[in-house]
Design a binder for this molecule. Structure first.
Ligand code: ADP
Ligand code: ADP
Length: 229
C-alpha cells in the first residue's frame, strides 16, 4: 500500500516556462526513492503535484494506481505525511504538539512516537516563550528538536506515504545526523519520497533520480551514481 507513480508528467506554473517535461518514475510500496538536483530543478514541484496543490498539464500522478485527481483531499492528506523543513509549534506542550490531529491516540502511542523521534525526555515541556498554568518555564527547542517534534507527529499519524524534504541546511551536522537517523527509522516500512540537495544524504534510497531543469539526467542507486561520477 502506498505506491506512488508519476507517468509522463508535464507541468508548468506559467505556460511559456516548462518545469517538468514528461517525468516518469515509480516508487513501489514500501520503497524509497530520492530526488536530487540543483535548486530550481523542479524537486519541490513534484511534492506539490503529489499533494495536488497544483494539477498536472499532462500525464498522471497516481497513488496505488489511482489518479490523485480522483482522490478526495481528505484521503490524500491521510495517505501522505510530510515532514516539513520548518515546524511551527502550537502554544501547548510537546505532547499536545505530537498528538495534534490524532486525538484518538493513547498516551502510550504518543510516548512511543516521541521515543522513536528521540524527544521523549521533554514531551511534558512547552516550547520557549510559553508557560504552563503552574508557571513552568518553556524549554528552548533547537531547529533540530522542533523537526523531531514534526517527525514524532508524522510517526503517530502513520501515513503509508512519506515525503521528506531534506533541506536541513540550517542544522549543524550532528543534529543533521540525528534527524537523518530518525527519518530512516520512520521510512523503513513506508513508501518514501525524499527531496534532497546532496547525494550524500540519500545513501540508502532504493533509487536516486537526478533531476535537472525538469528532466531526469541520471538514475540508479548510490553506488551506480558514484561510479558514473
Ligand atoms: P527545486 O525544489 O528543485 O529547487 P522547484 O520545484 O521549487 O525547484 O521549482 C522549479 C522551478 O519552478 C523554479 O525555477 C522555480 O522558480 C519555479 N517555481 C516554483 N514555484 C513557482 C510558482 N508558484 N510560480 C512560478 N514559478 C514557480
Ligand atoms: P498536521 O499538522 O497534522 O500535519 P496539516 O493540516 O498541517 O496537519 O496538514 C495535514 C497534512 O497535509 C500534512 O500532514 C501533510 O501531509 C499535508 N500538508 C500540509 N501542508 C503541506 C505543505 N506545505 N506541503 C506538503 N504537504 C502539506
Amino acid at each position: 500500500e502506498g505506491r506512488v507513480t508519476f507517468e509522463n508528467v508535464v507541468f508548468s506554473y506559467d505556460p511559456d516556462r516548462p518545469i517538468l517535461q514528461g517525468l516518469s518514475f515509480d516508487v513501489p510500496a514500501g520503497r524509497t526513492v530520492a530526488i536530487v538536483g540543483p535548486s530550481g530543478a523542479g524537486k519541490s514541484t513534484i511534492s506539490r503535484l503529489l499533494f495536488r496543490f497544483y494539477d498536472v498539464n499532462g500525464g498522471r500522478v497516481l497513488i496505488d494506481g489511482q489518479d490523485v485527481r480522483e482522490v478526495t483531499q481528505k484521503s490524500l492528506r491521510a495517505a501522505i505525511g510530510m515532514v516539513p523543513q520548518d515546524t511551527v509549534l502550537f502554544n501547548d506542550t510537546i505532547r499536545y504538539n505530537i498528538r495534534y490531529g490524532r486525538w484518538d491516540a493513547t498516551d502510550a502511542e504518543v510516548e512511543e512516537a516521541a521515543r522513536l523521534a528521540q524527544i521523549d525526555t521533554f514531551i511534558r515541556r512547552m516550547p520557549k516563550g510559553y508557560e504552563t498554568e503552574v508557571g513552568e518555564r518553556g524549554l528552548k527547542l533547537s531547529g533540530g528538536e522542533k523537526q523531531r517534534v514534526a517527525i514524532a507527529r508524522t510517526i503517530l499519524k502513520g501515513p503509508p506515504v512519506l515525503v521528506l524534504d531534506e533541506a536541513t541546511s540550517a542544522l549543524d551536522s550532528y543534529t543533521e545526523m540525528e534527524i537523518q537517523a530518525a527519518l530512516e527509522r520512520i521510512s523503513e516500512n513506508r513508501t518514501t519520497l525524499v527531496i534532497a540537495h546532496r547525494l550524500s544524504t540519500v545513501v540508502n534510497a532504493d533509487e536516486i533520480i537526478v533531476l535537472d531543469k525538469g528532466v531526469i539526467v541520471e538514475r540508479g542507486n548510490h553506488e551506480e551514481l558514484l561510479a558514473q561520477g
